[in-house]
Design a protein. Structure first.
Length: 364
């Protein structure tokens, strides 16, 4: 088999295999808690291992396809510069979309970045009768109490006042938003968020007094509350901080941008370039096409990779709106070709994802 057809067939096989594995993991994560809790890492492993295995079977070094970070400082600087250019256009357009199209109100404040500890993240696999489950998703806190009894009440104490749930309707505080409430006789669920509060306390009571300390269940693991988590009155104290931003940055760099850029730009785009050029083509020797003029030209391998990148995002979740990733993908591919490496697209990819998540918390 000649080199060009082999490169194209290998790239097609890698894309189909990785996509199938990721869709399978996504489906498994909906019923298997262990997969759900580690989904991001498992997907990253697929993006890394599939091309590495195929390249080594072909007698090629994966270091030639992006894993050798040559001139990292230069790549990082180019990636940051490209991110600043994107940011200049992103902020006004994102603001206009939220305020005009969605009717949201912009309330910018650093306090919007306060969130509960990571041990509360994720829904439990099952709700235990009689236990008070508390877990978070992004910036909202969910409180579910099954079989609480007819005399049960919930109260949320924040810096803005006291909010009461259960038989009494929630009273809105200045810094707390009550998002949803459900009570069916056997259980009730309250969904709230309390930006601006460094800590808030959830009080679960019956006529006889506060629930027992071992009645609290926290996060996806449904872990019992620790003594330091409870106030002297028996309420659950939930502390909020901005430290999750560091975790977000690390996960975006190491579990999202790096594996995706290695697979799509380091491996897939390079193999497509080799297949379409008739042989091994790297750096300035690779054909770039003439889809756009001058230094901003978009190559055919970049275009094809961006199409596959967009389709890969849609098949997970089946959300057509995710096709929009086609456009930033063209930028990532262009950075890969201009710098002959994947450090710049990794930095820009992570920065673009961070932009969306950091801006979203300021709109209500």
């Amino acid at each position: 088999m000649s080199a060009p057809p082999r490169a194209l067939r290998e790239a097609a096989f890698a894309y189909v295999l990785a996509s199938a594995l990721i869709v399978g993991l996504d489906l498994a994560g909906r019923t298997v808690p262990l997969v759900s809790a580690n989904l991001l890492a498992l997907v990253a492993a697929c993006f890394l291992l599939v091309p590495i295995v195929l390249l080594r079977r072909a007698g090629l070094s994966d270091l030639d396809y992006g894993l050798a970070f040559e001139r990292p400082a230069h790549g990082a600087a180019v990636g940051l510069l490209a991110s600043l250019v994107v940011l200049a256009g992103f902020l006004p357009s994102y603001h206009a979309w939220n305020t005009r199209a969605l009717g949201a109100t912009a309330l910018p404040s650093f306090d919007n970045y306060l969130r509960p500890a990571e041990r509360l993240i994720g829904p439990p696999a099952a709700i235990e009768p009689g236990a008070v489950h508390v877990w978070t998703r992004h910036d909202v806190t969910v409180i579910t109490w099954r079989d609480p009894g007819p005399d049960a009440t919930l109260a949320l104490h924040t810096t803005s006042g006291r909010l009461v749930a259960g038989p009494t309707a929630w009273a809105h505080g200045a810094l707390t938003e009550h998002i949803d409430s459900e009570r069916d006789g056997r259980s009730f669920t309250e969904v709230v968020r309390a930006p601006g509060s460094r800590a808030f306390a959830i009080e679960a009571r019956r006529t006889s007094g506060p629930v027992e300390p071992d009645s609290w269940r926290l996060g996806a693991a449904a872990a019992p509350a620790r003594p330091e988590d409870l106030t002297p009155g028996g309420a659950l104290r939930v502390r909020q901080s901005p430290w999750w931003l560091l975790t977000l940055l690390a996960s975006q760099l190491l579990l999202v941008a790096l594996p995706e850029e290695f697979f799509y730009r380091g491996y897939l785009q390079q193999r497509l370039r080799e297949g379409l050029s008739g042989g091994r083509a790297t750096g300035a020797e690779a054909p770039r096409g003439r889809w756009t003029p001058g230094p901003l030209r978009v190559s055919l391998p970049n275009l094809l990779t961006s199409v596959l990148f967009a389709i890969g995002h849609v098949i997970v979740g089946l959300d057509p709106a995710r096709l929009a990733v086609f456009f930033p993908s063209l930028l990532f591919g262009w950075l890969r070709e201009r710098t002959d490496g994947i450090v710049a697209p990794i930095v820009c990819h992570a920065a673009c994802n961070m932009m969306v998540q950091l801006a979203a918390v300021h709109y209500w």
